[in-house]
Design a protein around this ligand. Structure first.
Ligand code: BGC
Length: 774
């Protein structure tokens, strides 16, 4: 009894004052955590807080096969008690069997020397990036374009299952860095520019990855690391890992929102933004790491750094004088695990800091408790290994079907003049010229984090999938497809390098064709290597389209790119445009199905597609960003000029919205508004339609956003069919963060909008919240 009581006291002291947990705790599990913690030495504790890269534990043999070095592994685990290992050797996908063997050995040593299992982590971002033969879904930006939360959940379930087949229990995903700056090279890794889309998608994804009970995650599910906390996607320069400057209102209202949703959904861990916000590196911020996440939200998960980012505090950010100082700052700020890929110095220095009283034992215990909680929640103590029997569906047709559906639902039809699409060959067969650098490469369909970090040098592992050219040959017959790329990427170069163009050859080939499909965009990249100096699509590619247009043949542009590259000069030359974004292994097949009409388009833009370099707006711009021409002699103006707005997307059928209603013409903060609208399929094809609910606050004490997405859903409609869509909108969701940093819902007029319809409603009473989360 005494023992149980002391455990209880210990647990209480570990709780934040508010003791309101994002997810309810399991008392039995907590007792086990305390029991394990009490037995641990300081060496074991600091060891648990270190994560190393697998690369340092082995090397390539004479046959270029990577071999794990057991002696090295023994030392790292027995001497340094390392708690976590990550990554694939050479960042290249291994086989399921290799993964099982490597992680099994790591677990064997961990249990033998420490009695605590390792937690192995991989960047399985859109499927099992680092496992050969697995299912690669479209990238998250496509999943956002699908506006289909069920698909997102299914994708995560499949990725979890296939990760566990290879014995990996932890994925560095979901990514919910709002993609609000098209220059940033990682916007395709998340769900686009809107906070609600990211929040709803992350909730669905965490359910898919972790299952229904975050306290007890079974052998077919994995732990998540929602990243990169937070405002990583807003660098001032547009370049990766450079400083962001974001207003306090926007930070709380938009950038924090999906992470809050992830905490509530029970994400086991989060990974921290490598950069700084308003001059404060996230890895050094007690306010953001401990206060906002752990205390205010009662989130009891574990915070892991991004790649070597404690070191960045002194090497790059200059807020620490050396590594030891950096460790002191980061651990005291709230970091629980350091991804310090190539060094065990962390253990030595952190131990010294504890002995010198610069990091408290309470902080160390809190960090280790959080790490142990993740391992217990994943049941790794009882079942450190998975894979083998029960995982026969790895890379199966069933999984492929889902990835294909996701690809079809994620390609956005942006233009279709004169109904050029679908491309059906009625009486005589249609001759199609396929051109452009993206026409015959798997790499650019998949994007980064596909078999390798950058998605490069892995064509051999993607051989069994169809490029656009191969899929079009399958669909229309090889004889009817002419391939003349005109512009190609320099595959061994940097992602933006191209070979000397051969535009004349493409133009000559166009003479034989009835229609031209130009597959243009970008090659694969991620992170800092994906930085760019010019948002315009490459000159060669635009010249290719311009020259082809002179032939007078109808042009269809297929945009295959990780971010919206400017194309304002060639857009008018195309009759039809499809943005396939980064659709994954089944992107070629999905596109062929859509182009010929076997499938229907249903995706909408997950971000605003800019038209001008000086107008990189988002859909929720401040109303005052649009300024008409001034009266008198002054001819100034400011306008929002876009190529395609957020939420835009066509289909082979048409929809009519009517009867938009809200059940309350006036409301207060505690009300829930019921908003309904009728949607009718007025065309002749069955289709799916994403229905988006927006609001506008017409007058507010700080400049209001033009409009804000509040909810969305996706429905399926047969020709002629009508469905009523109903949203339950808590009135507090209409609040904004005021000038004083507090959530505020102000008295006054609002408009609720769906499609082109709008309905007014009025807030009767101002409410200002005192708590940071409402
Ligand atoms: C990336 C993270 C990734 C980590 C581990 C970092 O460079 O920023 O997104 O999870 O590496 O591979």
């Amino acid at each position: 009894m005494k023992h149980i009581l002391s455990l209880f006291v210990l647990m209480l002291t570990a709780m934040p004052v508010s003791a309101q947990f994002a997810i309810p705790r399991d008392a039995k599990l907590e007792a086990k955590i305390e029991k394990t913690l009490q037995k641990m030495t300081l060496d074991e504790k600091v060891g648990q807080m270190l994560e190393l890269n697998l690369d340092i534990m082995g090397k390539y043999d004479a046959n270029r096969v990577w071999q794990l070095n057991e002696t090295m592994l023994d030392t790292l685990i027995s001497k340094w008690k390392v708690g976590s290992i990550l990554n694939a050797p050479g960042t290249r996908a291994a086989t399921v069997a290799q993964w099982q063997e490597w992680i099994r050995l790591i677990q064997k040593k961990s249990m033998k020397y420490i009695g605590i299992p390792d937690i192995y982590g991989l960047d399985h971002n859109h499927g099992v990036t680092y496992t050969q033969g697995g299912t690669l879904f479209p990238q998250p930006i496509n999943m956002a374009a699908s506006f289909n939360t069920e698909l997102v959940k299914t994708g995560a379930e499949i990725t979890a299952y296939e990760s566990r087949a290879g014995n990996c229990p932890w994925v560095y995903n979901p990514v919910v860095d709002l993609g609000r700056d098209p220059r940033w090279p990682r916007i395709w890794e998340s769900y686009g520019e809107d906070a609600v889309v990211n929040a709803k998608m992350v909730t669905a994804q965490i359910k898919g990855y972790q299952g229904d009970d975050p306290n007890h995650i079974d052998r077919f599910h994995v732990g998540t690391s929602t990243k990169h906390y937070f405002a990583y996607g807003a660098p001032w320069t547009g370049k990766d890992r450079t400083p962001a400057y974001v207003s306090p209102q926007m930070l709380r209202e938009k950038y924090f929102e999906p992470f809050r949703a992830a905490a509530i959904a029970g994400t086991l861990t989060m990974m921290v933004n490598s950069g700084s916000v308003n001059g404060v590196p996230l890895h050094a911020s007690y306010e953001y790491l401990t206060k906002w996440l752990k205390e205010d939200l009662g989130w009891d998960g574990m915070l892991v750094t991004d790649w070597a980012d404690i070191n960045s505090l002194y090497t790059r950010e200059h807020v620490a004088k050396d590594k030891k100082d950096a460790i002191r700052i980061a651990i005291n700020a709230g970091i629980d695990m350091s991804m310090d890929p190539y060094s065990v110095d962390f253990c030595i220095l952190l131990k010294e800091l504890v002995q010198e009283g610069k990091v408290s034992m309470t902080r160390i215990d809190d960090a280790v408790r959080r790490i142990l909680r993740v391992k217990y929640r994943l049941n790794l103590f009882d079942e450190p290994n998975t894979g083998g029997k029960g995982y026969e569906k790895f890379g199966s047709d069933e999984h492929a079907q889902k990835a294909l559906q996701a690809a079809e639902e994620s390609m956005v039809l942006l233009k279709n003049q004169g109904n050029l699409l679908p491309l059906t060959s009625h009486s005589s067969p249609l001759k199609i010229l396929l051109t452009g650098p993206n026409a015959n490469q798997m790499r650019c369909l998949m994007g980064g984090w596909s078999y390798t970090w950058q998605g490069s040098n892995a064509e051999d592992l993607a051989e069994k999938y169809n490029t656009i050219y191969e899929a079009m040959c399958n669909k229309y017959g090889k004889d009817n497809i002419i391939l003349e790329q005109g512009v190609t990427y320099r595959e061994r170069g940097r992602y933006f390098e191209e070979n000397k163009p051969q535009i004349e050859q493409a133009v000559a080939a166009a003479a034989q064709a009835d229609v031209i499909i130009a597959c243009i965009g970008e090659n694969s990249y991620t992170e800092t290597p994906g930085n760019l100096t010019d948002l315009w699509l490459s000159e060669n590619q635009r010249n290719l389209v311009k020259e082809l247009a002179k032939t007078g043949k109808p042009i269809i542009l297929v945009l295959n790119e990780g971010r919206p590259r400017l194309i304002a000069d060639i857009e008018p030359l195309a009759k039809a445009i499809v943005d396939v974004l980064l659709p994954g292994n089944y992107g070629g097949d999905a596109l062929a199905n859509l182009l010929c009409g076997d499938a229907n388009f249903s995706a909408k833009m997950p971000y605003t597609y800019p038209k001008e370099i000086n107008s990189l707006n988002t859909y929720d711009y401040k109303v005052s960003e649009v300024v008409g021409t001034m009266a008198g002699a002054y001819d100034y103006d400011a306008r929002v000029s876009l190529q395609w707005p957020f939420g835009y997307g066509l289909s082979y059928t048409t929809y009519e919205y009517s009867n938009l209603k809200v059940d309350k013409s006036t409301f207060t903060a505690d009300d829930i508004l019921t908003v309904s609208v009728d949607v009718k399929n007025t065309g002749s094809k069955a289709g799916k339609e994403a229905v988006l609910l927006y609001s506008s606050d017409l007058v507010a004490s700080i400049v209001p956003d033009n409009r804000r997405l509040r909810d969305f859903t996706k429905i399926e409609l047969q020709p002629g069919e009508t469905k009523t869509v109903t949203f339950q909108l808590p009135a507090k969701n209409l609040a904004f963060v005021g000038a004083d940093g507090r959530w505020t819902l102000e008295e006054g007029d609002f408009l609720l909008r769906v499609g082109r319809l709008s309905v007014p409603t009025l807030c009767r009473e101002t409410k200002i919240w005192s708590s940071p989360n409402i």
